[in-house]
Structures are given as C-alpha cells and as structure tokens.
Design a protein around this ligand. Sequence first.
Ligand SMILES: [Cu+2]
Length: 573
Amino acid sequence: MHRRITGLTALLVALPLTAAWAGTYDLTIGKTQTDVTGKPKTVLTINGTVPGPTLHFKEGEEVTINVTNTLDVDTSLHWHGLVLPYRQDGVPGISFDGIEPGETFTYRFPIRQSGTYWFHSHTGFQEQEGMYGSIVIDPKTPENFSYDRDYVVVLSDMHNDSGQTILHNLKKSSDYYNRDQRTVGDFLSDIRQDGLGATLRDRADWGDMRMMPTDIADVSGYTLLINGRNADQNWTGLFKPGERIRLRFINASAMTYFDVRIPGLKMQVVQADGNEVDPVAVDAFRIAVAETYDVIVEPKDKRAYTVFAEAMSRSGYARATLAPRKGMEAAIPPMSPRPQLTMADMGMAHRGMDHDAMGRVMDSDAMAHDGQPGAMQPKAGMDHAAMGHAMPGHDMPDTDKPSDPFYAPGSGLTPKAPNGGKFLSYDDLKAARPLYEDRPSTREIELRLTGNMERYFWSINGVKYSDAKPIRLRYGERVRFKFVNETMMTHPMHLHGMWSILDTGKGRWDPIKHVVSIAPGKTVYTETEVDAPGEWAFHCHLMYHMGTGMFRKIIVEGGPSQQAALRTKENEE
Ligand SMILES: [Cu+2]
C-alpha cells in the first residue's frame, strides 16, 4: 500500500475532538422572491440569501452542520470537493435518504484539507434555483503564497424557467434553447470563405451528427451572476492600491462555463479545486462548472478594475468590480468572439476526406471494429495530427499524444486571451503539494461520454444512469480512468469522495482535482487512489446532463470500513 504524503494519520490521532476544535453551523433552507433575472422569481435560499453563506472551516477541526428544511419538498446539501465519510456526502439515494420537509439533519465530519470549496443541493434542480454557498478552509500549515485580503467570487447562472420546464423543453427539442444556431448570413459568409462545395459538405457532416456546430451550450437564457448580483448590480470588492488580493473563484452554475479576465491585471493562479499549484501568471482562464480557481491580483493604481466573466457560449457575461472605493467602476470590455466548434475539434480533419467516410467514422458501431478499409484511411491533404489525437473510441499510442489534449491547438474551442495574452490550460497546472506518491495504476476503466440528441439524454458508454450497474472499485487500488468525449459538448466530470489526479504527464506533480473538464472529441486520463470506502456519486456536473443520465454510482469495496461505520452510527443516534 502506498502512504499518503501528508501527515493525515498523525493528524487524526493527534487531534482530540474537543469543543475548542469543533465548529457548529446552523443552516436553514427556505425561499425568497428576487428580480435579479429581470422578472419576479421565487428562489431557494440558505440562511435567507443566494448564494448562501460562506462557511469558514479550519483544517483539523470536526464540524457539525445542522440543516433545517423549511421547504415543502425534500432537500439535501452536498459538500463539494470535501473528503469525508460517505454517509456525510449528502447525495440522496446514495449517501442518505435526503432531508424531509420540517426535518433538521445533522452532518458531522472531520476537515482534512484546506482551500476553496463550495456546497450545494444535490436534489432535483434545486441548485439552479439558488441553493449553493462557499467553503473556505484555513490551512494547518501556511500556504506558499501571501495575500492582504481575500474575496470569494461565486459565479452562477439563474433562469426564468424552472428546471422542470427547461428539461421538458429540451426533451421536446434539444436545440430549444440554442439561440446561437447558424444563420443564413453565416452560411453565405462560409461560402465566400470556403467555397460552396466545402460549405455544403461541412453542413452535411454536421447534419449527420444531428447537432449544430454551435452546440457549445444546450441551455441559453441564463442571467449570469457574481456573488448573487447581475452585471448592473455590479458586486464590488474594495482594495488599497498595492495590496495583494486573493480571489477565490467558484463556478456554482448549473450549466455555464465562464472565461474570466480582469483587464489591466495579471492573475497568478495559486490553487485549483482547493489544491495548491505552482503559481502561473495568466491573463484569462476558463472555469468549468463546479471547479474552483484561486488567483492573486495586485492592483497598483487607484482605479477600478472590471472582473469580466463571459459565458463560453458568449450568450452573456457576469461582471463585478475591484475598486479603491464604492461606486467606482471601469469599462466593460467587449465579449471575445464566439468559439465555433469545427470538425477538427472532433478529431476529424474533414478537408480531403470524403463524405461517406465521415459518415462511417461518426457511426459508433463502425468505430467499434478497427481497420475498416477505406473509412479510416487518411487521404491526401489530411492533417494527420488532427485526425489522430482524439478519434473517438480509438486508442492512441502515448507517443502520439498532442502537447495539449485539453484545448487542441488550432481548434475552434481553444480559448484565446485578448491581445495575445496567456490563457490558462490544464497543462499549466503543477501540483505544489502532491497528496500521493506516483505509482503505476492497477487497472484502466474506459468511460465514453455519450448522448442522444433526439431524445435528449446523456449517458456514459451509451447507457444512462437508470439502466446502469454501479462501478465497483477495490479499496487500495489506483484506478486509471480514460474519458473519451464522443459528444460535441464539454463535460465537467466530478468524482465524489476521492481525488482525481489529472494526467498531464507530470507524474507525481500532476494536478489534483475534483472536477475534470473534457472538451469535445478529446481523450483525457485521470487516476484515483481508491482510499474512501462506501458509495459515491460520479457524474457530469452540467445539471441537465447529470439529470438525464450522465451519472454513475461508484461502490468502493473492502478497506477499513470501521471508521465510516462508526460515523454512520454516531449520526443515527
Ligand atoms: Cu455533461
């Protein structure tokens, strides 16, 4: 067995669970009215607000959280990214039964980590209705960086339609909310650029896949918020020029990826998903749904700066301000060009490839049998690199790995920072404090990310959650997950209870995450030290992908279950 490098065992033994170390928190789930979307709307609240409060924990303490449900429906709270006994994880149907109307449920667990995290309802569509808050955990040993003040920056999206209505509309027509569909104008400009033949071929290819080339987001119409405020309400954080400010970005959205920048300020990324990374200076970063990034900024001038967070689909933006005093504001920059998914993004260099071949390439039955003569044969003029690196369903030798499997060079989804600035890539992330020693994985599990657009459901290996068997892991093994994204959407995959070590080729220094975002057509590997007995959720964090079936239960068998059992008993008393 490997050993955790952190002194976790020592810590647990050394810490008496006395009152001095035990924090108690009371949270009440309720409702309120808001017009933040421009129309009156009832939202769900935690202690009366959206977002809910920031919970300040200390690494090493044992927390007790009393959650009282004043709604007339069941609810739950899940502690996103926290390593804890599985009965405390807050997922109805897996960790516990949920919290009934009128009930107060008590969570109790030790805090074994530090950094920025968040919490949210794991029941129905309640998260989109406002049920989320932030968690800040003070570290036991000082971090490798310093700052003078810090702010939590919660990004979120709110819709006038209820979750039920949105799902109903998507089931009726998967592009119901896709208002970015290509227009006749685009078509004409494509013809001017590429010629009629290429344009028609491209359109036929997309038609075969029953998706629009702008299927970057499947739900539009969200009002985008920072700390619960829309762009006009302009949440403002104050600073004194020369101070180092830590911004704890949390993407608590149901469906929205954000590209974040602060014109005029470099951002030093110091943590990803609560884990310290070697600092990377960037001008912009993309934050997937449910990820967190901590950045340090140092505004030197006595002026205001705009925190600009535009949706990846460019359907809108959230905006906040950093300023020396209230009421100051800076210009709002124009949005960047809308990313356009191309065939190259899907691992297909369609130029020079004939249409029949495309059709067969995209047919997943054909993909299952290798070596179909003709179908996979590169033709003259085809870009081998683009073809090779991410062909859905095909193993690629490691030597053929592109330098950045996360955002392929030249692809339409590759984010660009304005004015040629630096855009953060997963490749830039290097763990500053590895939690585990590097060792070979014990086995590989392939998870193809799949979907059915005609009936609007999302799945893993073609099977939706309601039809799927749990994935069984053995305590003590190190599993390598191979994610193959066969869809045209980016999926933020979230494993509960255990860390996902993202393979960026850095071995022991690979970044440690709780959400790993997988771009369309890409293959990404993560490894997990299976060190948490019990039953856990594993799913795409996009609400309507999770809700329609891109979800699995993971059962960790064996191992020292005493601790988990003990905690369960304690809580049932
Ligand atoms: Cu998804």
